[in-house]
Design a protein around this ligand. Sequence first.
Ligand SMILES: [Ca+2]
Ligand SMILES: [Ca+2]
Ligand SMILES: [Ca+2]
Length: 223
Amino acid sequence: MKAKDKQHKTESNSLGERSDASLRGDADSAEDELELATVRHRPEALDKLEAQSKFSRKELQVLYRSFKNECPSGIVNEDNFKEIYAQFFPQGDASTYAHFLFNAFDTDHNGSLSFEDFVMGLSVLLRGTINEKLYWAFNLYDINKDGYITKEEMLDIMRSIYDMMGKYTHPAVQDEAPLEHVEKFFQKMDKNKDGVVTIDEFMDTCKTDDSIMQSMHLFEHII
Ligand SMILES: [Ca+2]
Ligand SMILES: [Ca+2]
Ligand SMILES: [Ca+2]
């Protein structure tokens, strides 16, 4: 209790006009909500997102504020997305992986990420059930979105992850490691040996083999 009081006091001191900031925060929320509604030309936008995602209204407002900071126009195209993503991986080339990621977030396939696209993706990645997360990952690996993961698609994703991690991190394994990984995963996943991995095969394998999820780097580099 004392520690909390002290912390609160320090916070108040360091922030100075704490109560004023809170008041402004409330005003901002109302403004954001109005803005969100205006941007989407739909007054029910926030209600709909609140119903469809696993975020509260308050969380959605915070997310929207960050989104607007990064991207004042309210829409992120692939180049913006790559720039934002590259900041997190300065040691490597994240552009190819960012391209795949962009397509996984762009669920309506219109070539740009709206606030809704982001919220729905983050909702799955942060709050989704294991099935929802695996479905999302499957969709990421299924580059041409035809419902199957081929060995080539898996290799493309793995290579893009290695590129992003930096060419100089593991110079000796850079060329061979993705291929070896993919051969191993593919053998495990393609249970009926027909050359493609279906969503059922993908889910079964991932759920019964923890090491696969870890070594596929699922979710590690996404957020
Ligand atoms: Ca979109
Ligand atoms: Ca495919
Ligand atoms: Ca198969």
